[in-house]
Design a protein around this ligand. Structure first.
Ligand code: AMP
Ligand code: MG
Length: 330
């Protein structure tokens, strides 16, 4: 009998619910995304209110699309962290209620690990060096001795933040990443912007400040977006290449919302080729936050026996990727 898991995502802007089966199928995947007021970032309580107001319709749609009744699922997984506290609590509350009412085990899932597992599922990657780039993460990681080990990360803001904050301050629409990518296509001139790699870590806040200064001077947006992408992505590519050389991994896996960016993909693909590693990118449908990533990781964790009681199912807003014991991976 195939096992089914409901997954609930609510770390930041997205409230999502999905059902995954243990044969690796995403049977349904429904989302509703909070859009901040024009010119503003995610307001945690505003996003949480959004999630509360759409939760019932999203969860019901996930069951309907899957043609599955709640009684038929085997587990309920939820994004336990990291993320915005008020947002995480909405998803956890919904998951607890379903778990108690239908008497189904509750499975806490780390959101970052879920970005990696959904990418592994959709690409077939087995033992990759991972580049995780999203609103909440910029990390290069590799798996060893039951944990994901960080080979490099951002020292300040994430790559997603950089693009979103730049877009917001310059009047582009949100989310910023796709807009910056579109504008960059017509850029030609490479501007002089700060490139900051420290050890194997990157730092983006100086780059953001300098890019905004250029904008104030009246620099053309196409050139500015082009240069911003080139510098930001080159920094990450340099750190990734070093990690690839040190670990000798044969696969390079790109995941998270920013993984949808074609220029970033092509830079990482070229270093993968140089190191004779296969380059893989998460299926575009699952690059951004989704219930699917939680439902699938929920299946893996549930089968490894990683359930939690309702009493102990508190959310963990600062739960780092490298703190999770990954019982299901060899
Ligand atoms: P996530 O937190 O995983 O949902 O990812 C959201 C982030 O991905 C936001 O910062 C978006 O701006 C970014 N993003 C989405 N599409 C693209 C793209 N095509 N290029 C760059 N960033 C993107
Ligand atoms: Mg995410």
């Amino acid at each position: 009998m195939r096992r089914l898991c409901l997954g609930i995502e609510s770390t930041a802007h997205t409230f999502g619910a999905a059902i995954a089966s243990d044969d690796g199928r995403i049977v349904s995947d429904v989302r509703d995304i909070y859009v901040p007021e024009a010119g503003k970032g995610i307001h945690p309580t505003g996003a949480a209110q959004h999630h509360s107001s759409v939760a019932d319709k999203v969860v019901i749609a996930a069951f309907k699309d899957a043609h599955v009744r709640p009684e038929k699922i085997d587990a309920v997984a939820f994004s336990c962290g990291p993320g915005l506290g008020p947002c995480l609590r909405v998803g956890a509350t919904v998951a607890r209620a379903i778990s108690v009412y239908f008497q189904k085990p509750l499975v806490p899932v780390n959101h970052a690990i879920a970005h990696i597992e959904i990418a592994s599922l959709t690409t077939g990657a087995r033992d990759p060096l991972v580049v995780l780039v999203s609103g909440g993460h910029t990390a290069i990681a590799t798996y060893a001795a039951r944990r994901w080990r960080i080979c490099g990360e951002t020292e300040d803001i994430t790559l997603g933040n950089l693009l979103d904050m730049f877009a917001r301050a310059t009047g582009l629409s949100t989310p910023g990443g796709p807009e910056v990518e579109r504008m960059a296509e017509n850029g030609r001139e490479m501007l002089d912007l700060p490139y900051t790699v420290k050890g194997n870590d990157v730092a983006y806040s100086g780059l953001l400040t300098a890019a905004l200064r250029e904008h104030k001077k009246g620099t053309q947006m196409a050139d500015l977006c082009f240069s911003l992408q080139e510098v930001a992505f080159s920094m990450l590519t340099e750190a990734t290449e070093r990690a690839l050389a040190h670990t000798g991994k044969r696969e390079l896996l790109l995941t998270g919302g920013v993984a949808a960016n074609r220029r970033l993909q092509s830079m990482l693909e070229s270093i993968a080729q140089e190191h004779e590693a296969e380059f893989r990118v998460v299926d575009r449908r699952f690059s951004g936050d989704s219930g699917a990533q939680i439902a699938w990781t929920g299946i893996l964790a549930f089968k490894a026996g990683l359930t939690v009681s309702v009493e102990e199912s508190h959310v963990r807003p600062r739960w780092r990727l490298d703190e999770v014991d990954v019982a299901w991976r060899r």
